[in-house]
Ligand binder design. Sequence first.
Ligand code: S3P
Length: 173
Amino acid sequence: MIIVLLGYMGSGKSSIGRILAKKLNYKLIDLDDYIEEKENATVKDIFRTKGEIYFRKKETEYLKALLKLKENTILALGGGTPCFAGNMEAILEEDNAVSIYLKGSLPFLSEKLFQKKAKRPLIAHIETEELMTEFIGKHLFERSQFYNKAEITVLTDNKEKAEVVEDIILQLF
Ligand code: S3P
């Protein structure tokens, strides 16, 4: 089985993926890390030198290949992955995959991301917390239609990571 973790930037996909993979003894693949390895460049540099359209093309290409894996895998996506090029449909159509939306609220994501924006090309330029909240509010509104298609939703606000992992396991098995 492939457990696909999706959600907005800062929702904990990578860190929760790591704990879940250990607990279930699954392999972990973080799509951003995978892209960085394959392209031999950071996501930030890919955006800067080749542009977002190139990044999205590669993201779709690698996602589709990874969805065919036969090993038990936790696949942590990038925040935008489900929202482009029919990727969410591809995930939902894959019999072997189950999708989980890690859902954080706007205030929760906004506060966290303001501290951790540097590596994220889409938000790195935002200068105040107020502007960050405004940007994420709009972005989340556009993207929620994709995230909400996930088969399972787990709320993450004010929860320890271990608690989120327990919630996922309870809903999965
Ligand atoms: C993106 C999220 C990032 C990364 C890229 C674009 C997005 O991943 O894929 O910067 O469009 O939301 P994280 O969600 O892991 O930050």
